[in-house]
Design a protein around this ligand. Sequence first.
Ligand SMILES: [Zn+2]
Ligand SMILES: [Zn+2]
Length: 222
Amino acid sequence: MKYILLFLAVAVGYLIALLVKTKKIKLMSVFLAFSGAFLLSITLFNLLPEVFETTSNNIGVYIMSGILLQIFLEFFSKGAEHGHVHLPSQKLVFPWLLFFSLSIHSLLEGFPISEDNNLLIGIIVHKIPIAVILSLFFINANYKMRTTLVFLFLFSIMTPLGSWISINYEFIQVYKTQLTAVSIGIFLHVSTTILFESSKDHKFDLSKMSAVVTAIILAYFL
Ligand SMILES: [Zn+2]
Ligand SMILES: [Zn+2]
């Protein structure tokens, strides 16, 4: 069930992109701000306490390596995880670098999803705006429909795959806490970047601020 939901998040994103097409909607950036605040809240309220409850040492080091890994991945994705897409729009080939960096990011994102936390909702809320932005990029850059769909399909199965691997492989279970800590680092970096970029030039924006506060309150009471 949760695998299908994760997959659908990307499909929904693509449909929204098809509907809005070239129109730059303000609503999108408000939703992105909401998703960033929501993901950050789930990370702080659910995931962090979870890893610190265990006896594992060096949790902080794993979190830090997650942050570093995400910084490294964004050299290749140019920030697609937090709502940026910059690619040469002249060569309309399959964007392999973007694909690999997004895949590693999405795979790791799937590992900590479990019954005990609200991360599944957090990831779904995070995936939709990213999928819309990615799809809009592909559509506006005149990529072939087939390339777009193949890319989005492969992108959409990475997080469910990560979640499935973490449940079905004992080897992974042993390192569950460490992997969750790495994912926490990734979430911290991505969500705070979204929040940072959503208040461009530190200008106050009532709708975005309301979205952020609503997301935090919702995540707290979930
Ligand atoms: Zn950025
Ligand atoms: Zn992500």
